[in-house]
Design a protein. Structure first.
Length: 95
């Protein structure tokens, strides 16, 4: 299941909870060009395997540590200063 700009505002406001569509298991999130400043709230999607957060204003990736199934992170064109806190199982990283 894909979620994109529809939930970008939820992440941008760091909402503590998010109601997923019934019967869905979100494994891919696409927040490319969503003007995000952080990854706060991303823990609401624990099954994400692919995360596209390129072309934003993200500085810190520490919120991604909660994504224990994340394998692919596409995060080019951000302001990321440190890669601390990235999940250990990450196999594909694009900055």
């Amino acid at each position: 299941m894909w979620l994109s700009n529809q939930v970008a505002q939820t992440l941008n406001q760091a909402m503590p909870t998010f109601e997923l569509p019934s019967g869905g298991k979100v494994t891919v999130l696409d927040f490319d060009r969503c003007n995000l400043a952080s990854t706060a709230g991303i823990e609401a999607f624990p099954n994400v395997e692919v995360l596209r957060i390129g072309n934003n204003k993200i500085v810190d990736t520490s919120g991604l540590a909660a994504l224990t199934k994340l394998e692919t992170l596409l995060a080019s064109d951000n302001r990321i200063a440190s890669l601390d806190g990235l999940p250990a199982q990450l196999t594909d990283l694009t900055l």
